[in-house]
Design a protein. Structure first.
Ligand code: SF4
Length: 125
């Protein structure tokens, strides 16, 4: 069965070794992160925590870091390229450019996500 990231029923049971030659499919799905994640990613400074949320959101959108912000959950959606790649994904190596500082939700995947314990692994070309 072909793996389709949008159809969790096609995902396979996760084990760490699957990441080795993966094209980083999990980094091509929408990712919502908290403001603390933006600080750790060094996309914003500690001082930025005190400026108006609207100003901050506009700046991050302009810089291409986020594509939206949800007031109700206070979550920021990381920008995706036209092919779905996360803003922080290296298109060549297919690895996260900010791996040591990656958001908590990325650290927790696939324990959390659309199908906990399963991942949409697609082999790197
Ligand atoms: S921040 Fe890094 S680990 Fe998280 S989705 Fe983007 S590229 Fe992947």
């Amino acid at each position: 069965m072909n793996i389709d990231k949008d159809k969790p029923s096609t995902w396979i049971k996760y084990k760490e070794s699957l990441c080795r030659d993966c094209m980083g499919t999990c980094c091509t799905m929408p990712v919502e992160i908290k403001i603390e994640d933006l600080v750790r990613l060094q996309a914003i400074s500690e001082d930025d925590l005190h400026i108006s949320r609207r100003k901050l959101v506009n700046r991050l959108k302009k810089e291409g870091v986020i594509q939206s912000y949800r007031e109700s959950t206070q979550l920021f959606m990381i920008s995706q390229r036209s092919n779905g790649d996360c803003h922080f994904l290296d298109p060549k190596s297919r690895l996260c450019r900010e791996y040591p500082n990656r958001p908590n939700v990325c650290r927790a995947f696939p324990s959390i996500g659309l199908r906990p314990g399963y991942c949409p692994k697609i082999k790197k070309n």
